[in-house]
Design a binder for this molecule. Structure first.
Ligand SMILES: NCCCCCC(=O)NO
Ligand SMILES: [Mg+2]
Ligand SMILES: [Zn+2]
Length: 343
């Protein structure tokens, strides 16, 4: 399958991530994308394609104008305020306070952030836009007849909601691509998130709709980020009731357990009869991942890809998490290889 990649991901090179009370070198770093790209090339998985540049219209089908404008101008406002470090939120509209975006940049950062783990830096806007272009270019390949395409997105997207950033995400690449399928005539799209973390942004974007089925298999939010969404009783609301499925697993879950969730998810996708499948592909389910607690092994990603391929659907993969940089290339390529075995 083809891979879409943009070197503009390098414009997102943050130097600080708040973790454990200190600022660390971010887990979500440029070497992740470069390692995956090298493995895709070494394995000759398919052509590497540069993205087409899209305007804001597809982004605004998912994200609010106020939020997009905040992201575009945040860094310049932060720098103009004379702040010494990277733009990191400190204050939130907590319970009992007014849920509105103030004028001050500190207040605006907290209003639009779901956590303090994700800084905004000079170049973040450009990299996030390019990551959307990568996803939309891959979506066009699939809509144009390719059985599957891999959007090597960086920064990732599945934690980003209509007006929220965090968990290293700014624009929800997978949601924007899913909406593009619908805007081009698809009746139903399924999103099956295999990242270790709950795709809270994706869930909330489509929570009241029945034209997008959102499924996520992830670590128990009672024990891990995003902490406040992703529980199994979240099934959708209104027209969307029954069109959201969360499958939650505990620490130490091996592939033999995890794949039962994948089977449940795939059967739900098949029942939904979508015109396209979007797979937010995080490989932080890996046993060596530094911030996660599942125990998948590299060879398991072949079986993961093969099961997804057996759905027989036009499929778009969007890169999400995975922070064992030594293993990320092998693990991502194994999903794509396993998928291609079913062609
Ligand atoms: N810094 C808190 C954890 C962020 C998780 C990022 C991720 O991999 N999401 O899928
Ligand atoms: Mg997931
Ligand atoms: Zn993740």
């Amino acid at each position: 399958m083809k891979t879409v990649y943009s070197p503009l991901h390098h414009r997102r090179t943050a130097t600080s991530e708040l973790d454990g009370g200190v600022l660390i070198a971010p887990h979500e770093r440029p070497s992740r994308a470069e390692t995956i790209l090298q493995r895709v090339r070494d394995q000759a998985l398919g052509e590497i394609v540069a993205p087409v540049n899209f305007d804001l219209a597809p982004i605004l089908r998912v994200h609010t104008l106020e939020y997009v404008s905040f992201l575009e101008h945040c860094w310049e406002e932060w720098a103009a305020a004379g702040k010494p470090g990277e733009a990191i939120p400190q204050f939130w509209p907590a319970r009992g306070m007014r849920q509105r975006a103030p004028k001050d940049i500190d207040g605006r950062l907290g209003y639009y952030a779901l956590g303090a783990d994700t800084s905004i830096t000079e170049g973040t806007w450009e990299a996030a836009r390019a990551s959307v272009d990568v996803a939309l270019t891959a979506q066009e390949l699939v809509a144009g007849g390719e059985r599957a395409a891999f959007a090597l997105c960086r920064p990732p997207g599945h934690h980003a909601a209509a007006d929220l950033f965090g968990g290293y995400c700014f624009f929800n690449n997978a949601a924007i691509a899913a909406q593009a399928f619908l805007d081009q005539g698809a009746k139903r799209v399924a999103i099956l998130d295999v990242d270790f973390h709950h795709g809270n942004g994706t869930q909330s974007i489509f929570y009241h709709r029945n034209d997008v089925l959102t499924i996520s298999i992830h670590g128990d939010p009672d024990l891990v980020f995003p902490h406040f969404l992703g529980f199994e009783d979240e099934i959708g609301e209104g027209d969307g009731a029954g069109y959201n499925l969360n499958i939650v697993y505990p620490p130490g879950t091996p592939f033999s357990e995890w794949q039962q969730g994948l089977e449940t998810a795939c059967e739900r996708v098949a029942d939904f009869r979508p015109d396209a499948l979007v797979v937010p592909l995080g490989v932080d389910t890996f046993e060596g991942d530094p911030i996660s607690f599942f125990r998948l092994k590299s060879e398991n990603y072949l079986a993961m890809g093969e099961r997804l391929g057996r759905l027989g659907l036009p499929t778009l993969f969007t890169m999400e998490g995975g922070y064992d940089v030594d293993a990320i290339g092998v693990n991502v390529a194994n999903v794509l290889k396993g998928f291609d075995l079913t062609l």
